[in-house]
Design a protein around this ligand. Structure first.
Ligand code: FDA
Length: 306
């Protein structure tokens, strides 16, 4: 089921047609408050009341014109202004291929630099998402160049990839920002663990490696981007055993997923951030959410009922 859904996420024919179906549009609302930035900004207020910070991302990937990337960068610059005006405890996470990385890498880096500069002036971190494994080398290379001049930046790393342990060791001396996730794409066994217990074990090992790095006086801005509360609690125990506090990391979850747990963890003293996505180009992103939990397909189909 996961493979089929991830294939559907990449299929151009479906990408053009499925989002037009009314029941799909209704179902996606479970994972995003609306297609425009205003809906996302309005949703942030609800989280603030529960002591939960937010992160915004405008959906879209692999744009085919450089001008589209320029427009996305302008959009995020405006969004940062609005976040500041409204006093929202919010950050922004971008996808390089939405900043036209496929067409012009230096221009994508320049976009990130402008965004990082504005974020720094506001005391925020700019995050860079990780996409499929073909992009990992390039994303890391761009991130290292960006981070050298803009320390207020972070990158997403995926625990399902065999290479991530080595990537973390390379980044640690650079005082990185790292959002650790399990990984959302269809990857081959040559590059990625395929079984959930293997991914989970690697997730804990990688998080602990970063906590040990912190103890060894490396600075790491660490986000655990997972809904796996059991893993989060295991990692918190490791943090305490290492003499760190569980606020050494931030828990990051997606809008609409395990909302009760987000509130419970925030009440229990964890730092929690909810990633609010918005935008019209939600189809591949939504299919990856279905692939993570095939029971979500039933939820989508139930939208067909009156
Ligand atoms: P796992 O899939 O094992 O789920 C643990 C439990 O959480 C499940 O049992 C279920 O209860 C609940 N759950 C998980 N997913 C659910 C869903 N879709 N619907 C309902 N319940 C669900 N990936 C990537 O490759 N690049 C990136 O840049 C990012 N960025 C990112 C940011 C943030 C803040 C988060 C939370 C996630 C990402 N991801 C990502 C996605 C990530 O790689 C992964 O696919 C999802 O987080 C699902 O994996 P979990 O860690 O939640 O564990």
């Amino acid at each position: 089921m996961r493979s089929i859904l991830l294939w559907m996420a990449r299929n151009q024919w479906l990408r053009e047609r499925l989002p037009k179906l009314w029941f799909a549009r209704r179902a996606v609302r479970r994972f995003m408050p609306g297609e425009d930035a205003d809906s996302a900004l309005a949703a942030a207020a609800g989280f603030a009341a529960d002591g939960i910070a937010v992160m915004f991302t405008r959906l879209g990937e692999n744009v085919t014109k450089a001008e589209e990337g320029d427009a996305v960068a302008e959009h995020y610059l405006g969004l940062l202004d609005t976040i500041a005006e409204r006093g929202i405890d919010g950050e922004v996470s971008v996808k390089l291929t939405q900043l036209a990385y496929d067409l012009d890498r230096d221009r994508a880096l320049a976009h990130c630099e402008r965004l990082a500069e504005k974020a720094a002036a506001q005391g925020r971190t700019l995050w860079v998402d990780m996409e499929g494994s073909d992009y990992v080398d390039g994303t890391l290379e761009l991130y290292e160049r960006l981070h050298a001049g803009h320390p207020n930046t972070g990158i997403c790393l995926q625990a399902y990839l065999h290479r991530t342990a080595a990537d973390i060791q390379r980044l640690l001396p650079q005082s990185p920002g790292v959002r650790l996730v399990k990984g959302a794409y269809a990857e081959k066994a040559t590059v990625a663990y395929q079984k959930r217990p293997e991914v989970d074990a690697n997730y804990v090992a990688l998080a602990v490696a970063m906590l040990e790095g912190m103890r060894a006086r490396h600075t790491v801005t660490l986000g655990l981007g997972t809904h796996d509360v059991e893993l989060i609690e295991q990692i918190a125990e490791h943090a305490v055993a290492l003499g760190l506090d569980r606020t050494a990391f931030e828990v990051e979850m997606l809008y609409g997923i395990r909302s009760g747990e987000q509130r419970r963890l925030a009440k229990a003293g964890y730092r929690v951030r909810d990633l609010i996505a918005y935008g019209e180009a939600w189809y591949p992103w939504y299919m990856r959410r279905l692939a993570e939990r095939p029971a979500n397909v039933l939820f989508a189909l139930r939208q067909l009922l009156p």
